[in-house]
Ligand binder design. Structure first.
Ligand code: XMP
Length: 430
């Protein structure tokens, strides 16, 4: 293993994640563990150079005062205690150790090396994955999202054609998205990729279903069924790859950042399909996942993809989905993305897309009355998706996008811009 590690023990601090980020920013790998870790568990972790006991006010976890075990102090690994009050006024000044103290502990006391980088991370993961998987096979649902794409690229490097990727096209993908998954993974990276065209199946199930929750349930449930059917056709698969990342396994926004059970992104697979999980990104923050993807040679547009909901364009084609309106969403979204890229807005705006409602309005085209759909543009900024503000777009961009949508997308005669922040609106319309 190439990288040194500083372990943070959670003694009730709200700042574990921030501290881990700070240490990684100094070039040293860091992970958070619960306060009741045993000496054996600590010693089993690779290359631990130091331990930081990160306490909040009075070292309280879930209402109970906690301490680490006595033996931990005598186990020969350098320790640093950080106790910081959590009262509002003091927190701003003394939430974390200052950088000089941190550096002096990490580099002078622990003698850790600043060897945390993506090259070393990848080399270590490749070694670990080969050890874990041996000559067995891994199945991976490859949606084309950032996390699943990076997991696929990493597994491909580690185990080559022992990786079996399944891409389900549910018909609700953005323009050229499924094609690009096939192009990058099958054609360029030579991955073992099963492409499932489930467009008719999904759109059939969704026919005449207008309720947003019902739509989401059908899409999610059907996805698991299709994936399961594909999995059952395969033989000798022992592992399931997952794009779990660090924020999924640390409880964010709660009093403690203790490690909780892994989220199962695919989830819902029947009990008799007994896969062991492979989650090589589970210690990475989102920006580190992107850096890893770039290092593995994935294209920029895959690595810096904006967030996209699981139910895809299905929640942007409002009410009961029709193929006609779905094409209005897909084509107008492609135009919006194209113009945002040309204007450099793809680098600054958090999420942007179009919505097509299930009603028409009167307009005029070629000197004749027409009765067609409106397209709504949404562009928002947010830190955590819990609240969001709208992007103050230039009129020139809005006018350009409007002009192109009206000229290039059939069955559309009107374009609107959504000015609503979250709350009261959500980011998606359904
Ligand atoms: P809302 O609409 O709740 O969306 O303000 C917040 C963020 O979450 C995304 N979103 C989803 N992401 N599966 C996902 O992975 C989903 O079912 C889902 N629904 C919403 C949404 O695009 C926005 O970024």
């Amino acid at each position: 293993m190439k990288q040194d590690m500083i372990v943070i023990l959670d003694l009730g601090s709200t700042e574990n994640t921030t501290l881990a980020r700070e240490i990684r920013d100094l070039g040293v790998y860091s992970e958070i563990y619960p306060h009741d870790i045993t000496v054996e568990e600590l010693k089993a972790l690779p290359n631990v150079k130091g331990v930081i006991l990160n306490g909040g006010e009075n070292r309280v976890v879930d209402g109970v005062q906690v301490e680490v075990s006595e033996e931990l102090y005598d186990c020969g690994i350098p320790m640093m205690s950080v106790d910081h009050p959590t009262s509002k006024c003091e927190k701003q000044f003394s939430a974390l150790p200052n950088v000089e103290d941190l550096e002096s502990f990490i580099f002078d006391v622990c003698k850790a090396e600043a060897n945390w980088n993506m090259k070393n991370f990848i080399a270590d993961q490749v070694e670990l994955l080969r050890k874990q998987i041996g000559d067995k096979k891994v199945l991976l649902a490859l949606s084309g999202g950032v996390d699943s794409s990076v997991v696929a690229a990493l597994l491909l490097k580690a185990i080559g054609d022992q990786l079996v990727c399944v891409h389900v096209n549910h018909g609700l993908m953005r323009k050229d998205e499924s094609e690009s998954v096939v192009r990058v993974f099958r054609d360029e990276l030579k991955a073992n990729l099963i492409y499932v065209d489930a467009v008719d199946r999904f759109l059939g199930k969704l026919e005449n279903v207008a309720d947003p929750e019902q739509k989401r349930k059908i899409i999610g449930g059907e996805f698991i069924r299709v994936f399961e059917e594909e999995a059952r056709k395969l033989e000798g698969i022992d592992f399931l790859g997952q794009g779990t990342i660090y924020p999924d396994i640390i409880e964010s926004g709660t009093k403690t950042a203790k490690v909780v059970k892994s989220h199962h992104n695919v989830g819902g697979l029947p009990e008799d399909m007994n896969f062991e999980l492979v989650e090589p990104l589970k210690q990475l923050f989102k920006d580190e996942v992107r850096a890893c993807g770039l290092e593995l040679g994935l294209p920029n547009n895959m690595v810096f993809r904006q967030p996209f909901p699981g139910p895809g364009l299905g929640v942007r084609c409002l009410g009961a989905i029709t193929r006609e309106r779905l094409e209005c969403v897909r084509e107008s979204d492609a135009i919006l993305r194209d113009e945002f890229e040309k204007a450099g807005l793809n680098k600054t705006v958090w999420q942007y897309f179009t919505i097509v409602p299930d009603f028409k309005s009167v307009g005029v085209k070629n000197n004749a009355r027409c009765y067609e759909y409106p397209v709504i543009i949404r562009a928002v900024n947010t830190v955590d998706a819990m609240t969001a503000t709208i992007e103050h777009l230039d009129w020139a961009i809005l006018a350009k996008v409007t002009d192109r949508i009206l000229n290039e997308v059939p069955n559309v005669n009107r374009v609107c811009y959504d000015l609503s922040p979250k709350p009261t609106a959500t980011i998606e319309w359904e």
